[in-house]
Structure formats: C-alpha cells, structure tokens
Ligand binder design. Structure first.
Ligand SMILES: Cc1cc2nc3c(=O)[nH]c(=O)nc-3n(C[C@H](O)[C@H](O)[C@H](O)COP(=O)(O)OP(=O)(O)OC[C@H]3O[C@@H](n4cnc5c(N)ncnc54)[C@H](O)[C@@H]3O)c2cc1C
Length: 409
C-alpha cells in the first residue's frame, strides 16, 4: 500500500482564501480528490451536477451528462437553449414602448415585457417599439416577438411630440389590444399620458398588478390602491410582473407600412445639462459610489467619486462611524436606490444593505473577501485593497478622458 503523504502547508493555503496561492491549492471546482487519509472526497455541490441555467437559476441535471470534467460541464452549459416561442399569425398585438435608458432595457422595461407576455398568452404577439439607436441585443430573451425600430433625427433626444405621432401610426396599423409603457420619470410616464390624450383614452397609471379583468395601481399620493376595469393603455410601475425567464422569442424586425407624419415640434431639446452628482437625491442617482467599513482613506473615496462623476453612498457602519452623513446611507433603514451602476467599495453585503440595492441594474464590488455576500450579488467583482483599486481606477478614467480630448482635438 502506498504511503499517503500530507502537505500541511498546502492544506493551510487551501483553507486560507486570502493567500495568493489559494486558487491553485484549493479543491474548489474539483468534483473529487484524494483526502489526507486516502479516502476519495467528493464536493457535494459539484458532484450533484448542478449548473446555472440561462435564466441564472441553479438547475440539477439528473441525466448525469455533466458528470466529469469541468470542460464537459461548460460544453453542456453552452448547449442549453431556452425554448423558442414563435407566433406566426398573431391574433392580436400587445405593444410595449420601453424607456431604454442608455440604449438598454432597464429592469423596469423587462418587468413590463413580462407583463406584456402575460397579456399576450399563446395567441398574441408582443411588439416592442424602439425609437432612435439602441445598444440592446437581448430582446429575444426579454420576450419580444416583433421589434419595430423607428429611426430618424426627429426621434433623437427629448422628442415626445414626434414619438406620440409615430405611436399614433402604430395604433392605426396594429390596433393593439393593449399599450404598455413604464410609468417612469425617464420618459414612459410622460409619453404614456401624452399618448392617452392623443388616443382620447384614460390610461391606468402606476399599475402594479393586472388580472384578466382588472388592474390595480397606486393612487392618492402613493397612499392608496385604486382598482379599475382593465384599461387598454397601461402605465405600469416597476415590478408589475416577473420578467420573462423561461422562453426565447423571435424579436423579428418589422416596419410600418405607412410613412410617418411629421409636424413642426413646439419643444426644442437643448441637450443634457451637467449636474453636480453630489446634489442628486440618492433615490434618483444613476451611478453611485458607495463606501463601507473597508474604506480606509475617505479623502481618496471623495476624490474618486468626483473623478468618476458618481453620487456618494455608504453602508450603515460608515455612517455610524461618522465618515458619511446619515442621508447617504443605503439599505433597509436608509435609502432604497435604483442606480444603473452601483459600485460598492469595502461593503460586506449584509442583508439590510442588499435590500436597499435590490433594484440596481449592475452591481460592481471591490472587496478583499472573495466569499463575501456583496461579491455573490455583484455582476463584476474586483478583489483587492480599496485604496489601491480606487487609485488605479482614477488613473484609468483620467487617462481615458485625456485620450478623448486628444482624439477630439
Ligand atoms: C435593524 C438593522 C438595520 C440595518 N440597516 C442597515 C442599512 O440600512 N444599511 C446598511 O448598510 N446596513 C444596515 N445595517 C447594518 C448591517 O447589518 C451591516 O452591519 C453593515 O451593512 C455592514 O457594513 P459594512 O459592509 O460597511 O461593514 P463590514 O460588515 O465590516 O464589512 C466591511 C467589508 O470591507 C471589506 N474590506 C476590509 N478591508 C478592506 C480593504 N482594505 N479593501 C477592500 N475591502 C475591504 C471586508 O472584507 C468586508 O467585506 C442594519 C442592521 C440592523 C440590525
């Protein structure tokens, strides 16, 4: 029998997540390995052969197809495709006009598409109307059967009059069973009300629940619920429905048959105005740099927020320790934020903090602890010291700005 030799140093490194050689020595990722007593050890998480499905949910493969090397697992993962839902001859249309802030579907837009799918059932088609240029390439998994792109200079920037005229043309051609717009401050709320006036129909506003016959929306300054028969024009709140996650759709490009009418706009868009990120209320900030107990140099943190053009936020510990004012606290007992990007520096990700960032689109975490909950929540993680990462980030942003200026000159 061969003698089993133990390497206490390697075992110690494998236990120490902060050691630079941890990944190399770790048994993480291995399905099975020989233990110190010669007994074959299995990682129950991997051996159970679960994998993360395309919708981000953990799936268990009972066929055993994934057992074996991680390479094999990756191969199986790439083969997983959501079932394609095709509506060849739609019996009716549900038209959605997403906000597409920054050219991409926001979580609010995705909720709206989820609601549209619910209303469309199997027979109807969900049509998404997109104005101007966009950067989105996930319309198919968001539930869009038909994609109607309306281009033209008239639709660039703030152009509600031109957009309502175009939507009136969509009304003529499709006679949608329902119109769905996000009841948001980023365009949908205003456009939906203007469309209501144009169509001569009263929209159901701030809708958060829809049944076959009724919709429920917030009213009375957000203090009451108002239930009314299901309107054709629905302006829905965020979380009005679950986003689509189980099916894939065609997102087939279509165009309007008739030419669009143009009118002389009474509103002129003079372009965006620079605002001081520090003055933006936390709940409305699009980009938040948030600091926690892992921030050691607060002057550097403030400087980084300025260079990045971010609104400052903080964990409760940072506030309790006097580094940040109370109105900057993010979380269950602070402000619930809805930023497009939330950059959390030295924040562990306690449940009370995570509650406050539930509606953020993209979370980036900077932390020393690979296993902390903020890293599990994050879409992108940087493992390292907060001061080092912030300094490097500022240098990169400054260099990028200089390059931009040089190119423009
Ligand atoms: C009733 C109640 C309500 C609460 N409400 C809130 C709330 O609204 N908001 C809130 O935030 N908390 C709230 N809390 C507190 C919450 O439970 C946590 O204690 C708090 O969020 C922790 O803050 P933190 O992540 O900054 O600190 P810690 O938990 O101490 O985490 C610090 C993090 O920094 C990392 N770190 C350390 N040094 C460095 C470095 N040099 N570089 C990079 N990373 C580093 C560590 O790995 C760690 O992950 C509440 C608690 C209770 C009981």
């Amino acid at each position: 029998m061969s003698i089993i030799r133990r390497d206490p140093r390697a075992e110690w490194i494998a236990r120490n997540r902060l050691h630079p050689l941890h990944a190399a020595m770790s048994t993480q990722g291995q399905i099975s390995w020989m233990g110190p007593n010669g007994v074959l050890r299995k990682n129950p998480h991997l051996a159970a052969a679960g994998f993360i499905g395309p919708a981000g949910l953990k799936r268990i493969d009972r066929s055993g197809a994934q057992q074996g090397t991680s390479g094999k697992r990756a191969q199986v993962e790439t083969q997983v495709q959501l079932p394609l839902h095709v509506v060849e001859q739609p019996a009716f249309h549900i038209v959605v006009v997403p906000d597409l802030v920054g050219g991409r579907l926001s979580s609010h837009d995705k909720d709206l598409l989820g609601l549209a799918r619910k209303l469309a059932g199997d027979a109807g088609a969900v049509v998404a109307v997109v104005f101007g240029s966009d950067k989105e390439n996930q319309y198919d998994v968001a539930g869009v059967d038909r994609l109607l792109r309306i281009h033209g200079e008239a639709f660039d920037g703030y152009s509600p009059e031109a957009r309502v005229l175009a939507l009136a043309a969509v009304e003529q051609e499709f006679k949608p069973r329902h119109w769905l717009l996000p009841d948001s401050r980023t365009g949908g709320g205003e456009l939906g009300r203007r469309l209501g006036a144009k169509l001569g129909e009263r929209p159901a506003t701030r809708v958060w629940q829809v049944s076959d016959t009724h919709s429920t929306g917030r009213a009375g300054g957000g203090q009451q619920d108002l239930q009314r028969p299901l309107a054709r024009l629905i302006l829905a709140a965020a979380e009005c429905a679950e986003p689509v996650s189980e099916t894939r759709h065609e997102a087939r490009e279509i165009s309007l048959k008739s030419a669009l009418a143009h009118s002389l706009p009474r509103i002129e868009d003079l372009g965006p105005v620079a605002v001081d990120p520090a003055q933006i209320p936390m709940a409305e900030a699009e980009f938040i740099l948030s600091g926690g107990n892992g921030v050691r140099d607060w002057n550097l943190f403030h400087q980084a927020a300025q260079v990045l053009g971010a609104t400052e936020g903080a964990s409760r510990v940072a506030v309790d320790d006097g580094h940040m004012p109370r109105n900057r606290q993010v979380g269950a007992t602070g402000t619930w934020v809805t930023a497009r990007v939330y950059l959390a520096v030295g924040i562990s990700g306690a449940i009370q903090h995570l509650q406050g960032i539930g509606a953020c689109d993209k979370v980036v975490a900077v932390n020393l602890d690979v296993g902390c909950d903020m890293i599990k929540r994050a879409d992108l993680s940087v493992i390292g010291d907060s001061a080092e990462i912030l300094t490097a980030l500022m240098a990169k942003v400054s260099a990028w700005r200089q390059e931009g200026k040089r190119d423009a000159a």
